[in-house]
Design a protein around this ligand. Structure first.
Ligand SMILES: Nc1nc2c(ncn2[C@@H]2O[C@H](COP(=O)(O)OP(=O)(O)O)[C@@H](O)[C@H]2O)c(=O)[nH]1
Ligand SMILES: [Mg+2]
Length: 364
């Protein structure tokens, strides 16, 4: 491989932060100014995040999403419209809010799913959710392979799925294990203990530990996945998160005055639970993970691992059988991994990490 070095023409009117104070330094090229360029571009484009919530009815999914919209991420910028309060869910439904803070725009979309596991027979109840996720990958793929591609492909892919575990204090139910085992291979899963205010502190700690052990025993890799840590720093930060998972959350869309401050909380006979107070529950950790610290990584893993695996399977499949299209229309005919990391001979290859991941998860 030969490398070409391009002489960078001298700009007559230096602009941008990176070039400040370097007037006399002729060895200074100004590469660091790329950060300013990226920042400006990102400000213009804004950010998008699609979050899905899954769990039995009554576990507080809709309330928690209202909490997220009303919490400090958005309290100043969004005038909550009573019509927009998330109603009782009967079908998979997306609601988007545009949030703006310090000039940065963000479109936060929540995909609310109807009571998962509400039936007497819950066999295969993960299927409609798997189908929805694959349908979004398919829509993205179709846009991507279109000859007349849009400059910016609309992204409805589910970046993160928050799975609500009922606060039983015992252990995961077979249904929870089944859902997370299957879905963790196609989407980032963040498990939470719903309505954590119903557990005592000891019960909460014990339940969290039990769940972590069960996830490990069942080979369920929730977000942030160890195998995708990129360096020692990632590992250190993510290990701390992995030790805390699942987050024990409490949701509320009611505001109260406590010591002159407006807080989101749940008022009880014995006091008010402040949902954003880390001494009371772990909602703030969940919010910070999703928005403040890991949003870009959650989206990167969606694109470079989960979507990539879908794309490779689909393209290999249509290479093998050109008449095959839109497998996501049939929940039973999900794209199959062939168990080989690199697909069929002559097939499209997944990028390194996705291929490795695929080799680990040849089942959907
Ligand atoms: N104790 C407690 N109750 C909650 C919590 N979150 C929601 N609820 C209540 O549980 C009920 C069901 O909440 P909802 O958000 O509609 O649940 P969904 O069916 O999962 O969307 C409502 O009465 C909520 O006020 C929580 O964290 N703790
Ligand atoms: Mg609901």
């Amino acid at each position: 491989i030969t490398m070409h070095y391009v002489t960078i023409p001298h700009h007559p009117h230096p602009q941008g932060k990176g070039e400040k104070n370097h007037g006399s330094d002729f060895s200074y090229v100004g590469i660091d100014a790329i950060l300013e360029q990226m920042r400006r571009k990102a400000m213009k484009q804004g950010f998008e995040l699609n979050i899905m919530v899954v769990g039995q009815s009554g576990l507080g999914k809709s309330t928690l999403m209202n909490t997220l919209f009303k919490s400090k991420v958005s309290r100043k910028s969004v005038q909550p419209d009573p019509e927009e309060r998330i109603p009782k869910t009967i079908e998979i439904k997306s609601i988007s809010h545009d949030i703006e803070e310090k000039g940065v725009r963000m479109k936060l979309t929540v995909i609310d799913t109807p009571g998962f596991g509400d039936q007497i027979n819950n066999e295969n109840c993960w299927q409609p959710i798997m189908k929805f996720i694959n349908d979004q990958y398919e829509a993205y793929l179709q846009e991507e392979i279109n000859i007349n591609r849009k400059k910016r492909i609309p992204d409805s892919r589910v970046h993160c799925c928050i799975y609500f575990i009922p606060p039983t204090g015992h252990c995961l139910r077979p249904l929870d294990v089944e859902f997370m085992r299957r879905l963790s291979k196609v989407v980032n899963i963040v498990p939470v203990i719903a309505k954590a205010d119903t557990l005592t502190l000891e019960e909460r700690d014990f339940f969290k530990q039990t769940i972590r052990e069960e996830l490990r025993a069942n080979g369920i890799d929730v977000y942030p996945q160890k195998e995708f840590d990129e360096d020692a720093e990632d590992r250190m930060i993510n290990d701390k998160i992995r030790e805390m998972i699942p987050f024990a959350v409490v949701g509320s869309d009611q505001e109260y005055q406590v010591n002159g401050k407006r807080i989101l909380g749940r008022k009880t006979k014995w006091g008010t639970i402040e949902v954003e107070n880390i001494a009371h529950c772990e909602f703030a950790y969940l919010r910070d993970l999703l928005i403040r610290t890991h949003m870009q990584n959650i989206k990167d893993i969606t694109g470079s691992i989960h979507y990539e695996m879908y794309r490779v399977r689909r393209l290999n499949e249509s290479n093998a059988d050109p008449s095959a299209h839109d497998p996501s229309a049939h929940p039973d005919v999900q794209p199959k991994a062939n168990g080989q990391p690199n697909g069929q001979p002559g097939g499209v290859q997944a990028n390194g990490v996705a291929a490795q991941h695929e080799a680990l998860s040849h089942e959907m």
